[in-house]
Design a protein around this ligand. Structure first.
Ligand code: ATP
Ligand code: MG
Length: 442
């Protein structure tokens, strides 16, 4: 961060030296002022984009027509944007015209919220024509100018308002909220991926509940193209969400998708319609399917136990390991994290003598969580690659030509080793291959 600040200062210094005005602007000034970590430093200047291009050695003309040039200084890229104003919002999204201006205040005026409409010079002096500092102090998200007009110009700003209110635990100002309610239907003009991106930031933030509550109260989601369950989120359920770590992101999402969509079988399609990247869809659904399967196993084992009165530890342990091999260790440990946090929370709300004996409480999967944690770490291997014999060893030992049976056989060995029935040692593995009655691969 230090290196970034130094490099950015060089960019500003150069611009000022050449006789132009130059400032830090937008989110970075806001975050700096709030004492939050600053990720990207945006710069605004009176210099025209062509002038910026000529002034620095390494540049990329990223958005000349909008006035944006990326300047690379000490290997770090900075967006340098010429002071501009925007007009002609015709589609509730993007301005159709931008015009370069000479005055930084005019540039600040086109920005969405007072907290984002501050500029700072090299010496740390703040330009704050709309009272951003005061609003930050009072915890207010307030539009620059008339909220009604600003949201009409660009409907995404409504979600940004909720995002900032959520992340900073702020309140929208009265006018801003009124403007939002008034314009909420125009969110339909915003592309789903942009909506999803804002939502992801809300969910990953420190107060996702705040965001969900504002989304609910604003009625915004009803006007998106995303199909949602209409039921409101129960407070106690929702509070658990904030206890979950925000990373990996799939963890919180695996929990909240249930509020938005009840049909598990449609889950993947539904996440696709939200334009989630396929990696993320996979991560979310894996956790949910893991959940369904382990609960299902548990239910079946409980029924058996009622009939046979036997301990079901061993059955559950095997089920757990099988699922871990199927879905992967990472999913298993994420599932555990989620489950532990959600259930300890639920339990502490109840009376002390809730856990007495395993038999009484074993209906509740919660009882097994610490044990599952143990199982999770105990599994000695997760894939055929980790076996101490190779595919060709298997072929030689069994004495049959190569075929799909080889990987099936190895998978079987993985299962045996993972469950603790076989040692992952060359001799033991080779011996196992001779043991089976009709021989492997026949
Ligand atoms: P983040 O922490 O997510 O980067 P940010 O405020 O920096 O938040 P950016 O999308 O990086 O958001 O935008 C940088 C700046 O550009 C904002 O601070 C704001 O001044 C301005 N801006 C961004 N989007 C809009 C918009 N839709 N309407 C008006 N101004 C905007
Ligand atoms: Mg930013």
């Amino acid at each position: 961060e230090r290196a970034m600040a130094e490099a950015a200062d060089k960019v500003l210094e150069k611009l000022v030296h050449e006789g132009y005005e130059a400032y830090y602007v937008g989110g970075s000034v806001r975050d700096e002022w709030m004492g939050r970590p600053v990720n990207d430093l945006d710069i605004t200047t009176s210099a025209r984009p062509e002038q910026v291009l000529n002034m620095f050695e390494r540049t990329v003309p990223t958005g000349m027509q909008h006035g944006t040039v990326t300047v690379i200084m000490d290997q770090i890229p900075f967006e340098v944007t010429t002071f501009r104003k925007e007009t002609g919002y015709e589609d509730h999204r993007r301005p159709s015209e931008v015009e370069f201006v000479q005055d930084v205040e005019q540039d600040l005026k086109r920005r969405d919220f007072t907290m984002n409409a501050m500029a700072m010079d090299r010496a740390g002096r703040l330009i704050d024509p709309f009272g951003g500092r005061k609003d930050i102090k009072e915890g207010l998200v307030r539009c620059v100018g008339k909220a009604d007009e600003r949201f009409e110009e660009d409907a995404l700003r409504m979600l940004r308002a909720i995002r900032f209110a959520s992340i900073f635990n702020f309140v929208p100002s009265v006018r801003t909220w009124q403007g939002l309610i008034h314009n909420r239907a125009s969110i339909q003009y915003i592309a789903v991926e942009r909506i999803r991106a804002e939502l992801e930031k809300i969910i990953a933030g420190p107060h996702p509940l705040r965001g969900l509550e504002l989304l609910e109260r604003s009625g915004l989601m009803k006007y998106t193209k995303i199909a949602m369950k209409s039921s409101a989120i129960s407070k106690s359920e929702a509070e658990l969400l904030e206890k979950l770590p925000s990373s990996p992101a799939a963890l919180r999402w695996s929990y909240i998708v249930q509020w938005f969509q009840s049909e598990v079988k449609d889950l993947e399609l539904w996440l696709k319609s939200w334009t989630f990247p396929s990696k993320m869809i996979e991560a979310i659904t894996k956790i949910i399917y893991f959940d369904l399967e382990i609960r299902d196993c548990h239910r079946k084992l409980e029924q058996d136990r009622l009939h046979t009165r036997q301990s079901d530890y061993e059955g559950l342990r095997r089920a757990w390991i099988t699922l871990q091999l199927k879905y992967g260790q990472v999913t298993a440990s994420h599932w555990l994290v989620r489950e532990r946090l959600l259930s300890t929370e639920k339990l502490t709300g109840n009376s002390e003598d809730q856990i007495s004996t395993p038999v009484e409480t074993s209906q509740n999967l919660t009882f097994y969580l610490p044990i599952m944690q143990q199982w999770c770490t105990e599994v000695p291997l997760h894939s055929a690659k980790e076996l101490n014999i190779s595919g060709s060893d298997v072929i030689v030992q069994v004495g049959r030509p190569a075929g799909p049976w080889v990987s099936e056989t190895m998978q079987r060995l993985v299962g045996l080793v993972a469950a603790g029935d076989l040692k992952n040692e060359r001799a033991a593995l080779l011996e196992e291959l001779t043991k089976v009655e009709n021989g492997y691969g026949k």
